[in-house]
Write a protein that binds this ligand. Structure first.
Ligand SMILES: [Zn+2]
Length: 79
């Protein structure tokens, strides 16, 4: 029996192949169709499935350990 990988994105019960995709996700290359919610970030299209990974990289420069936080009024600063 051959293993067939699941397609990344699929809406069951609907043949979407008859409509051409509007665009492709810049992360996974998945097809983006008209009714789908995607994120346009710095001109790049990111689908919902890829948003988490993308955001982690996008905000990597803001990442820090909790132990480095100190309260500075209503916001936080780093030690
Ligand atoms: Zn994607």
């Amino acid at each position: 029996m051959r293993y067939t990988p699941k397609r990344h994105r699929k809406t069951p019960g609907r043949d979407r192949q008859q409509y051409p995709p509007c665009a492709y996700c810049c992360e996974c290359g998945g097809e983006v169709y008209g009714e789908e919610t995607v994120y346009l970030i710095d001109g790049r299209i990111v689908c919902h499935e890829c948003l988490g990974d993308f955001a982690e990289r996008y905000f990597a420069s803001d990442a820090l350990k909790g132990e480095r936080l100190k309260r500075g009024g209503n916001t936080y600063e780093t030690y």
